[in-house]
Design a protein around this ligand. Sequence first.
Ligand code: HEM
Length: 195
Amino acid sequence: MPLFRLLVFAGALLPFALLVMDAFGGRLGPDPGERLTERLGLLAFQCLLVTLFMTPLSRWTGSPVWIRVRRMLGLFAFFYAVLHLLAFLQFVIGWEDLWVAFTKRPYIVFGTIALLLMCPLAITSTRGMMRRLGRSWKPLHRLIYPALVFAWLHFLWQARSDVGEMMAYAVIAIVLLVVRVYWFGWRTLVPLRRA
Ligand code: HEM
């Protein structure tokens, strides 16, 4: 099990290592700051989807190992989302007048909401917090569903031309949500409420 966790950890960190190498190797194209922001955003979104995939995987394979790496993957989603925000501030818009930066465009408002929804999940993802929150932990962590929806809207809204990619991600997200409703009922999608 520790080896499996280590492999998942390495797998989730690998895209970051590749991104750093591309950045230092000058392989991020004519606008590296923008490219970095995009790749980090995409990594955050992909990690969110992979996190949600762990429950179906665990049920299909009958193995609990997937559930044991779910929190770690969720934290990686948060890690990439925070780096995405920092890259946006540092390389795209600058640190002055943050209110204007965050409210200027609807897609940025959606991204901000998604990240704000992910904050309590990251803060309460330690074992100590799980113990302290007890039965409230699960309903709180269902905030991942609205976070996913806002992150997807953010993704879709900023697309300039090719929306095919976002639609493919939407299909994956919808399948994951439908599978969950089928197995556990729609109540398990509602955050902050005990099912
Ligand atoms: C305060 C929060 C956020 C801000 C200010 C923000 C800002 C941005 C900006 C400016 C872009 C466009 C990049 C460009 O084309 O120049 C972008 C793209 C994107 N963001 Fe965010 N974002 C935020 C949160 C998030 C979160 C929480 C996620 C996912 C969990 C996310 C996922 C994405 C994705 C997938 C893209 C598209 C990347 C691509 O074009 O391949 N963002 N974001």
